[in-house]
Design a protein. Structure first.
Length: 216
């Protein structure tokens, strides 16, 4: 139940963050203004950040406890194991989750604390006086290695969500012969839509479809 509820909160964040980021396709004024609005929330933004951080910590702590309990319940490994229903995604939730965590830590250092790329500090404010998040994202993703790492992180996030986004219904007691396979299918579609949405940003930048709003 705890994993399911914290998971739903994190899924809502992933959807909201994608919608915010996709504003890069509308133009610098949109995404820079959006980012400024978030910063203008001041102490409320910090409350949201702390809430998200606590949610992530609980989600990871409880899932790892569950994984340990599962292992303890069967100290002797199976001699031969054939999977009938368990998908690759469902069997590797801890691994994909931990790599997603590493991705998020890098991502925070990259775009929130901005310590990985010294050029970000050289960016001027946009004509409306907002920090130029638009150009920061373009310069950031013009690097193939950085974009490649994001695509890898987003792929593992999608794998994690493809199981997690539907299994929470089961954890909350919603289990039905007809409904469960449909939810599993819906969860997979949702996860890969998130993947396409997020990766469209580095891909569009690498293809030169989005250019920085200012030269460095
Ligand atoms: C292509 C993919 C992504 C892009 C372009 C992107 C972009 C950004 C940008 C520009 C910021 C800084 C916002 C600002 O300071 O105004 C940010 C912050 C953040 N991103 Fe992402 N993001 C991506 C994927 C993700 C994913 C997949 C997650 C989590 C699963 C995530 C979690 C966060 C978090 C937690 C913050 C910190 C928010 C805060 O300031 O408190 N991001 N992202």
């Amino acid at each position: 139940m705890i994993v399911a509820i914290t998971g739903i909160i994190l899924i809502l964040f992933v959807v909201g963050h994608l919608l915010g980021n996709l504003q890069i396709f509308i133009g610098p004024d949109w995404i820079n203004g959006y980012s400024q609005h978030l910063r203008d929330l001041g102490p409320l933004l910090w409350l949201i950040r702390i809430f998200l951080l606590v949610t992530v910590i609980i989600h990871i702590y409880v899932t790892i406890q569950l994984a340990i309990e599962n292992r303890r319940a069967r100290p002797e490994p199976y001699l031969d194991r054939e999977y009938v229903k368990a998908t690759f995604a469902s069997r590797h939730m801890v691994m994909s989750g931990l790599i997603v965590l590493a991705f998020i830590i890098y991502h925070l250092a990259h775009f929130t604390v901005r310590v990985t790329d010294p050029r970000f500090a050289l960016l001027n404010a946009d004509p409306l006086g907002h920090y130029d998040v638009y150009s920061m994202m373009v310069y950031g993703f013009q690097n193939y290695l950085v974009s490649g790492f994001y695509v890898l992180g987003l792929f593992l996030l999608a794998l994690h969500l493809s199981h997690g986004s539907s299994s929470f219904f089961q954890s909350l007691g919603l289990n039905d012969k007809k409904l469960t396979p449909r939810l599993a299918f819906g969860g997979r579609i949702f996860a890969w839509l998130m993947f396409i949405g997020y990766t469209s940003i580095p891909v569009a930048i690498l293809l030169g479809l989005i250019k920085p709003a200012q030269q460095l």
